[in-house]
Design a protein around this ligand. Structure first.
Ligand SMILES: NC(=O)c1ccc[n+]([C@@H]2O[C@H](COP(=O)([O-])OP(=O)(O)OC[C@H]3O[C@@H](n4cnc5c(N)ncnc54)[C@H](O)[C@@H]3O)[C@@H](O)[C@H]2O)c1
Ligand SMILES: O=C(O)[C@H](O)COP(=O)(O)O
Length: 380
């Protein structure tokens, strides 16, 4: 992988000696991370497969690839809205059950096709929950396809808000999405708030014949409630990226096997983004696109940089500064940023004496509240 540069080997070290993992959606919740592991790059958007809290406690910086697969998901979602509207799943099943000559099947088709007459998406209302990298793209393109678009996202990022067409109407209550939409799609992470958003309480508010989509996470849907509201005609069609035995033989449900982000383009984008973040972190200590540590970018102009991951408690910076001063070293630059319970420090030193630097490192390693210490030597 060229993004990692010549100083890194890929796949040729035992797992418990690796400094970095790059992964997709495999579950790490029961995994014991070795002390060698410094970072994990999730080559995708969702990171609920990674025990982020545990990683923070161990000083492991977790990166994801925001937006890297957003176009792929958007295209599939738009396709699935049309697929559901045009009854293509039951129509295809009906057609494949026809027997006879081409001529007799043609006759049956012309007679029987009216049973599958669909609806156009143009002019209809789509409600989008979550206007991040994917939701904002779905919103803009649905609008271009002639739809009226309403969106709900109480935590929308400023950059995303700027990118969204002024024709997209933002609603402030989730219930408005369920009450007003002909199509509903969700593009949020799985959180306590989004868990089972698709359940009876909200289905009850929907128009009869709504097309519902879930290409975010399985646990967003309460499956028993979903089947009940398909049965009573409220939900005309459900398209999802997450399978269940309950779904496979239901004509009103289409399931793809977690393919939203599975295109050649998205896989390459995400892997490159994760590899770039990891490479930058390992070689410069800088952090971009981390899900558990703040963004810290600072050019290295000194012979040595020490990076510290510490608990976000009072006096840590003062403690760092006094340890440096005790060694008679001059600080060239210091950046400290906190996020939640943890903080990250880049400490650039005007010092070339390696013995002094190593003593300082040992002091830091022995300090309370400092979880991880790394030394980076400026390449000349
Ligand atoms: N099916 C797939 O293959 C696939 C691919 C990519 C992402 N995903 C899923 O889609 C999710 C979204 O991806 P993204 O790239 O757009 O992420 P993103 O972080 O760019 O956007 C998520 C958006 O959801 C919003 N949000 C969070 N909680 C919310 C809530 N309770 N109500 C409304 N909005 C809320 C956030 O403010 C943010 O704008 C991912 O977390 C992942 O679970 C699935
Ligand atoms: O969150 C994501 O990016 C998607 O769920 C894609 O997961 P994948 O990398 O396993 O395809």
């Amino acid at each position: 992988m060229e993004e990692l540069g010549k100083n890194f080997v890929v796949d040729r070290v035992p797992e418990n000696e690796a400094q970095a993992f790059i992964c997709r959606a495999q579950n790490f919740h029961d995994y014991k991370f070795s002390d060698h592991l410094l970072t994990i790059g999730r080559a995708g958007a969702g990171f609920n497969n990674i025990p982020v809290k545990q990683c923070s406690e161990q000083g492991i910086v977790v990166f994801n690839a925001p937006g890297g697969n957003a176009n792929a998901v958007k295209e599939l979602v738009l396709a699935m809205m049309i697929f559901g509207s045009r009854n293509l799943k039951p129509a295809n099943k009906w057609l494949s059950d026809q027997v006879g000559t081409d001529q007799s099947i043609d006759l049956a088709v012309e007679k029987g096709k009216k049973a599958f007459s669909g609806k156009e998406i143009s002019g209809k209302t789509v409600g989008i929950i979550g206007l991040g990298n994917i939701g904002s793209r779905v919103a803009n393109d649905a609008e271009k396809l002639g739809m009226k678009v309403i969106g709900y996202d109480p935590y929308i990022a400023v950059e995303r808000a700027w990118e969204i067409s002024s024709h997209v109407h933002r609603v402030t209550h989730l219930s408005e999405i369920f009450e007003q939409s002909d199509y509903i799609t969700i593009h949020t992470p799985l959180t306590d708030e989004t868990h089972h958003i698709y359940s009876a309480e909200n289905f009850e508010k929907m128009k009869k014949g709504t097309v519902l989509l879930n290409f975010a996470r399985d646990e967003i849907t309460n499956k028993a409630d979903l089947l009940e509201y398909i049965e009573n005609g409220t939900i005309k069609y459900f398209a999802t990226d997450f399978g269940s035995e309950l779904f496979y033989h239901n004509d009103a449900i289409f399931v793809s096997p977690h393919l939203g982000g599975s295109t050649a383009e998205a896989s390459l984008n995400c892997t490159k983004m994760a590899a770039n973040s990891i490479q930058r972190y390992l070689t410069t200590g800088e952090i971009i696109n981390s899900v558990n540590f703040p963004r810290v970018v600072q050019e290295l102009n000194s012979p040595y940089r020490i990076t510290l991951i510490n608990k976000n408690v009072p006096n840590v910076v003062a403690h760092i500064a006094s340890r440096v001063s005790e060694e008679g070293i001059n600080i060239a630059n210091i950046v400290n940023r906190g996020q939640g319970d943890y903080a990250y420090t880049l400490l650039d030193l005007d010092e070339t004496n390696e013995t002094k630097i190593q003593e300082l490192m040992s002091n830091f390693k022995a300090s309370d509240n400092i979880i991880r210490v790394r030394l980076i030597k400026k390449e000349i």
